[in-house]
Design a protein around this ligand. Sequence first.
Ligand code: ADP
Ligand code: MG
Length: 199
Amino acid sequence: MKTKINKARFPFLKTLEEFDFSFQPALNQKEVSKLSSLEFLDNKENLLFLGPPGVGKSHLAVALGIKACMAKHRVVFTTAQKLLEELALSLKEGSFTERLLSYSRLNLLIIDELGYMPVNKEQANLLFRLISMRYEKGSIILTSNYNFDEWGVIFSDQVVAVAIIDRLVHHARIFYINGASYRLKDKLKKTKGNGRNSD
Ligand code: ADP
Ligand code: MG
């Protein structure tokens, strides 16, 4: 299990048990907790966590990734930016097919932070090929700070963007997390303590 977790290259280790659902009341705790059964992996379903920074999207992705590792699944965590750079490089070096194959062997691919960097035409095509290859074969957890209707901002090629969304969403559970940033939680309290708020 340790090797699986090491191989997954998580940026940090956080569990579902450490997630404070009371801080994100709009998020359906029951629905998220049910994901621990990992049924979504057996069904080759995708999970999408969408919402602004700091609401726990990466936390939930890592926590479910760890659960998958514990169940001996092959998992890799990467960011959209890293993934796209890697795919573009492999294309240049003539190892793109090999790269795709290595990703196809995973039970779960976690793509974090789609939207922080714009996706150019070539990158969109590479991402499309990756998503198409995993379509109905293996799960993806994707996090983004943009909702689908705003993906036009991320992708310069709208046709490919729509095709990507189509395949991602066909068998997916989508969680919109629109609450407050957990990162700012203590900062906001401090502001209150500073006497800027009367209560
Ligand atoms: P996002 O990916 O949505 O920007 P993160 O998952 O990175 O946010 O969360 C930011 C930090 O706050 C992380 O350290 C995470 O563990 C923590 N965090 C976020 N939401 C919660 C929560 N509801 N309960 C406990 N910790 C949280
Ligand atoms: Mg994040």
